[in-house]
Design a protein around this ligand. Sequence first.
Ligand SMILES: [Zn+2]
Length: 313
Amino acid sequence: MSDIVTDYKNGIYNADSGYEGGGVASIYIIRDEGRTAIVDTASRAALEPVTRAMRDMGAESGSVDYIFLTHVHLDHSGGAGAFVKEFPNARVVVHKRGARHVIDPEKLVRGAAEIYGAKTFDRLYGKVLPVPEDLVVTAGDGDEFRVGNRTIVCMDTPGHALHHLAFLDARTNGVFTGDAFGMSYLELRNQSGTGVMLTTSPVQFDPEAMEASMRRIESLEPEYLYLTHFGRAARADIASSLYRQLERYTELAGSVNGDLEEIRAGLKDIYAAERELQDCPCFTDSSCRVMRVAMELNAQGLALWYGKTLKNK
Ligand SMILES: [Zn+2]
């Protein structure tokens, strides 16, 4: 098996998409009875490692029945339009509120280019291809899909985004959590544990919905969660750190009236504390590239959320 693929020995594989240099965005490949499904697509460039991984495991391109998108943020959906060209039988499963954005990615592209800047956007995504409408299957809570003899169940899990789905693999009781249950980049892992960071990135972060979605996923008592960023994590290792961060982040945003500069400064303090609590040096290591980006996105998302809550008061 190629070095970019982790085999969890249960018919689930993690192929590193190579996004941001690797260790950042997983693409999960689910196999059963000769059929295949893919969870999330990172960017268009991820097609190469995914097709290589599938070749290594003897999965034909025609065996892909579904591409499940947890949500349409481009680091999850950006490759979908390219993937459907490669996998002739694949349909793209996406939340009904997200469907129009994969059919016409223009708005997503503009939004992401604004957040990342044009140069970084080009490096990360290049040209984002649309998914033809007849290949899009809209899904909502409780909808089920068959992959061989496995059943994948959709869970409506807002909080990170309004249109976020998590996918339960009924056979293993594992949940593909997208961005609904934190991020644990490879850089955040060390010998002693799994460093985990909550994501509050723009533009739809909603702390109450996020907590409710996390509690709901927890209520299924999955032993393992399959995070898009990055790899499989034991639920018991990460849940309490995420609830703690959620509380601290929202307290911070409130205490500084949503001021972006002050949120940036306050997040640094929160991560200094997380470094100790999680025994994870990366939280304060300025050379951790992905951490810097994630921290900035969290700051922007928190400021935006706070501004919205003020308006609604
Ligand atoms: Zn996202």
